[in-house]
Design a protein around this ligand. Sequence first.
Ligand code: ADP
Ligand code: MG
Length: 311
Amino acid sequence: MATEYAIEIEDLRKVYKGRGGEADKEALKGVSLNVPTGSIFGLLGPNGAGKSTLINILAGLVLKTSGKVRIWGFDQDQNPRQSRAAIGVMPQELNFDPFFTPRQSLETQAGLYGVPKSERRSNEILELIGLSDKADAYARTLSGGMRRRLLLGKALVHHPQVLVLDEPTAGVDIELRQMLWTNVRKLNEEGMTIILTTHYLEEAEEMCDEIAIINHGEVVARDTTAALLSRIDSRTLVILPETGTDAEIDLPESVRQERRRDGSIALTYARHDVTPGELLDHVRAAGVTIRELATEEPDLEDVFLELTRSR
Ligand code: ADP
Ligand code: MG
């Protein structure tokens, strides 16, 4: 059975009750979000935005205060078993049993999910996460990176349709990051829907088909990665001058001018306000002749700033 949306979230709220006189914390303030089946979906936001709370509610690790969650079409309250079986979660925190080997960890996890012995595929998973040669080593002898890979493996034991990764690359080295992304792409190509949280903006830009930006427990933007990028209004025109390097260019007030080390002049402008043609007129009027010309697209950092600044 395939559904249009692998995950459907409706008006999800979470209030953590304050203990010992502390104030209550409203971590999610009515989040609604649909994740298309087959996509790699990015949940982006700064620390404390509510990403892990959302993920942990999906995983059944945190109880929601109110709202609806459907996973693979199964309502979390009405069909808790089926909705749980459809999702695998790689948590943000490293939690592992030092006395288990990777193989034992995978087998135990499979047992928890009621996967019959004949349907277990520990060897295949060990291969995928690159731990075949460490299959029978005690977990305490594994490096941090290996432990993270094991967490990914544990999320996969019950063949979930949806895989959720909570900040999988926070604090990991480049090699492990590459390996995780290779794995994630492979699983996605095989049909798995992927949700990942990150505050690495380039990562979301590179990996995700669609992105939701969450801040202070609210979704502030939700679109395809390309559309989100196009929504931002600022562009940068980079001019490498032939002559007139030090000329004073008289520009509209809204344009930001920056001289770069390589001798180029970077003009950042709002598209609704100024056209590149007008900018070039000002540049030529100052006696600057142009050797090279380039435009720079905004990255997700700009998008994020633009979308959250007003809140
Ligand atoms: P993120 O993963 O985006 O960094 P979290 O979901 O971890 O955000 O946290 C969202 C907010 O909820 C934060 O203000 C955090 O301090 C608070 N919070 C998270 N977990 C708990 C908890 N168990 N008890 C109380 N407050 C919590
Ligand atoms: Mg988190």
